[in-house]
Design a protein around this ligand. Structure first.
Ligand code: FAD
Ligand code: UDP
Length: 368
């Protein structure tokens, strides 16, 4: 059979592309996916106890982009959910991102009041300040606070998660969780937040339910691509793999997920608890908080960061560092020369994208 398009990878990037090609262009698409399921890292499933889990770690959808939200809302209803994270710090569970409530819980009343006034005067109520920026403060009280937050919240968590200190990474990494000069305890402030009501996989199945879309699982595209006739390719796998690592391997960080199920209504008070300074894992997430599932059992997951070394390690996180971006740019230059092949998504662009950014990117290709 001849296809108009081949899409490599059935993650959110590949599926969104295929859906748009099939519906808006009315063209035939073949999706080739090497795993035994669709959804990439957003995949969810019911485990042996009947609890809905995210197999590759907790995924909360959040966006300020109405187009992205409306687009996905064609394929799912939402369980509106505002993610809450606590950090285990100095023997207490305190709100993360570090905000004015965290300040009052961790510091004595008089210094907390003084620091709160300083922060509001300097940055304004409601502003967000990356910790590495706050550390450059010339005011000695704010510098003290920045060092305190850096030590208690960021240093050990980042060392566990990335195997390096915060300042060795692009500031965008720790900047994802800025100090929030507010009493709003939500992890994200985006206008639209939620989890697909019947799960991500169900949403993706609906997106793929089109006679123009064919799906081939359990197949690395390199095994069969020479046997397929097609006009154009959308590639969402790792960009260095596409080019046979000719400019060197791009490093990734991987994770080991340890799932535990308990016959309990609830294991912990919020969706996620971060453990910056204890244990080898970074955080514990309890899925029922986000999925809204009522069940006599509950499942939690502990995330143990590790290098991405063997074939079996899944490349979860591109590592945003100058030297890696230099290698990546060499691949991007090659990619631009490929006629009829488009590279899109977290692996193909080597970018620390959230789900909404990936969908936004795909939709913007179609708008152009
Ligand atoms: P992927 O999901 O990686 O999909 C790529 C697909 O290509 C995979 O299925 C892969 O098997 C396939 N593939 C690769 N190589 C080949 C090949 N050679 N042949 C065939 N198929 C191939 N984002 C949020 O917005 N909110 C969150 O709360 C959130 N939490 C996250 C938590 C964790 C632990 C992680 C790791 C990520 C999280 N993300 C979150 C980010 C989100 O997972 C990504 O934005 C999204 O999955 C990227 O989609 P993608 O399609 O680009 O890549
Ligand atoms: N981070 C941290 N302590 C925290 C939360 C986050 O040091 O309590 C840093 C850490 O480097 C982490 C990054 O901020 O990798 C981004 O956090 P986020 O929660 O966005 O990570 P993700 O959900 O993508 O794993």
């Amino acid at each position: 059979m001849k296809y108009d398009y081949v899409v490599v990878g059935a993650g959110i990037a590949g599926i969104t592309f295929a859906e748009n090609i099939a519906r808006r262009l009315n063209k035939k698409v073949l999706i080739i996916e090497k795993r035994n399921h669709i959804g990439g890292n957003c995949y969810d499933e019911y485990n042996e106890n009947g609890v809905l889990i995210h197999k590759y770690g907790p995924h909360i959808f959040h966006t300020n982009n109405k187009k992205v939200w409306d687009y996905l809302s064609q394929f799912t209803e939402w369980n509106i959910y505002y993610h809450r994270v606590l950090g285990s710090i100095d023997g207490k569970f305190v709100p993360i991102p570090f905000n004015l409530n965290t300040l009052h819980e961790l510091l004595p009343e008089s210094s907390a009041n003084k620091l709160e006034n300083h922060l509001i005067r300097e940055f304004g109520y409601g502003s967000k300040v990356p910790v590495l920026e706050l550390k450059h403060s010339t005011n000695k009280d704010l510098k003290f606070l920045a060092d305190f937050i850096y030590e208690k919240v960021f240093l050990n968590y980042t060392t566990k998660q990335w195997g390096m200190r915060p300042e060795e990474l692009d500031p965008e990494v720790t900047g994802r969780v800025p100090v929030y000069i507010s009493c709003d305890n939500r992890y994200f402030q985006d206008r639209y937040q939620g989890i697909p009501k019947y799960g991500y996989t169900k949403m993706f199945e609906k997106m793929l339910d089109n006679k123009n879309i064919h799906l081939m699982l359990n197949t690395d595209y390199k095994e069969i691509i020479d046997e397929i006739k097609y006009d154009k390719m959308i590639y969402t796998g790792p960009i260095d793999y596409f080019f046979d690592y000719k400019h060197g391997k791009l490093p990734y960080r991987s994770l080991y997920f340890k799932f535990e199920t308990y016959q309990l209504d609830q294991y912990q008070p919020v969706g996620t608890i971060n453990y910056p300074n204890e244990y080898d894992f970074t955080r514990i997430t309890e899925y029922k908080h986000m999925t809204g599932q009522n069940h006599e059992f509950t499942t939690i997951v502990k995330e143990y960061p590790k290098d991405c070394k063997s074939e079996n390690d899944i490349p979860y996180y591109p590592i945003p560092q100058k030297e890696n971006m230099e290698i990546c740019n060499k691949y991007k230059n090659e990619a631009e020369k490929q006629k009829n092949i488009l590279f899109v998504g977290r692996l193909a662009e080597y970018r620390y994208y959230n789900m909404d950014a990936v969908v936004e990117r795909v939709l913007s290709f179609f708008e152009r």
